[in-house]
Ligand binder design. Structure first.
Ligand code: PHE
Length: 349
């Protein structure tokens, strides 16, 4: 019987020892529990042997009994030591250590175009303009016809348009991806009437051949100001103020005539190229000047389409390339970077 006990002792201790090598804490705990029941449980192997002691002679009882108790204590101690040292210290490791420095979760930030947009919105708000928006999927009527560009007019060729399939191509409700933010001019006039001071920042789409300065999706910011006695000099003053606000210094401009069917007269405002200080470089196509704001006095037909009496009121409109302006402000040479999702580019802002 003593041999049996000794065997049991060795077996139990060996199995515990092997268990220390086991990798998974969960398994380890389960196996430990099973082993404890196997050896120390009420129906366990040790109990079975102990139960036989009563059948021994008195002297044997004393000797074997003492030995059995020793073995029992030893195994029990090994089990509780294993639990204390091994299982609980491992469990400790798997818990959160509050003394470790935390993992900083990184916060995103706004896209450079959004930053530009917000900056301009603040500027125009300070000049008393309200901020409007319109649909990106626009009707042919608002995108062209209400802007004095009838069906089949050659002026439509100025903007490569994404037309949406429509059964009746003559239907003025047929849809296009808006090619500019100008359709919101007429929408705003219809909704708010005159006097009106508003800007419309937004996404526009053109079926362009893509290159460093052409994207199918880009951002514009439309502006209109309608009141009695508005003239082109009001527009020039607003534009100068705006450029000063963006570039934080006086910016030299020049004004050329420009054609857009929805303004009369139409102008192009150019600013001196900031990359070469007007000396001529690839970005300004060696001219020293960059087109920034097309605009002009709102055509009477457009005012009428918006329900405004063109004999009483006049106004100016301009369409500023937000994407273009962001490129100039930050010296970005390729427009395709904006929508590329390239973090090396985006993280600089
Ligand atoms: N919508 C014109 C364009 O995208 C720009 C423009 C706006 C011109 C307002 C004049 C007045 O080309």
């Amino acid at each position: 019987m003593k041999n049996k006990l000794e065997q049991l002792r060795q077996e139990a201790l060996k199995q515990l020892e092997d268990l220390k090598e086991s990798k998974s804490l969960k398994n380890q705990k389960e196996i430990w529990r099973a082993l404890e029941i196997k050896y120390l449980g009420r129906k366990g192997q040790l109990s079975q042997i102990l139960r036989q002691i009563k059948d021994l002679s008195t002297s044997e009882k004393k000797e074997v009994g003492a030995f059995a108790n020793k073995v029992k204590t030893e195994i029990a101690e090994a089990f509780s030591e294993f639990e204390n040292k091994f299982l609980s210290s491992k469990a400790g490791q798997s818990q959160v250590d509050m003394s470790l420095p935390g993992k900083r979760s990184s916060l995103g930030h706004l896209h450079p175009i959004t930053l530009m947009q917000r900056e301009l919105e603040e500027l125009f708000k300070s000049l008393g303009f309200s901020i409007l928006e319109g649909p990106e999927l626009e009707s042919d009527y608002y995108n062209f016809q209400a802007l004095n560009i009838p069906e089949h007019h050659p002026a439509r060729d100025m903007q490569d348009t994404f037309y949406v399939n429509w059964e009746d191509q003559e239907d003025e409700n047929k849809l296009v991806l808006r090619t500019h933010t100008s359709p919101v001019q007429v929408r705003a006039m219809q909704e708010f009437g005159a006097p009106l001071k508003a800007i419309v920042p937004g996404k526009v789409f053109r079926n362009e051949a893509l290159d460093a300065s052409h994207e199918h999706t880009f951002y514009q910011l439309e502006g209109i100001m309608i009141d009695k006695n508005i003239s082109i000099s009001n527009m020039i003053a607003v534009m100068k103020e705006l450029l000063k606000g963006i570039f934080k210094e006086e910016v030299e401009i020049r004004i050329r005539p420009g054609f857009f069917p929805f303004v009369e007269p139409g102008i192009e405002i150019d600013m001196k190229c900031r990359l070469c200080q007007g000396q001529g470089c690839p970005v300004c196509k060696q001219s020293g000047w960059l087109e920034v704001f097309p605009g002009g006095m709102i055509h009477p037909n457009v005012l009428e389409a918006g329900g405004i009496d063109s004999k009483k009121y006049s106004g100016f409109a301009f369409g500023l390339g937000l994407t273009r302006l962001a490129m100039m402000k930050h010296g970005i040479a390729d427009i395709r970077l904006f929508n590329s999702g390239d973090l090396r580019f985006l993280e600089q802002f």
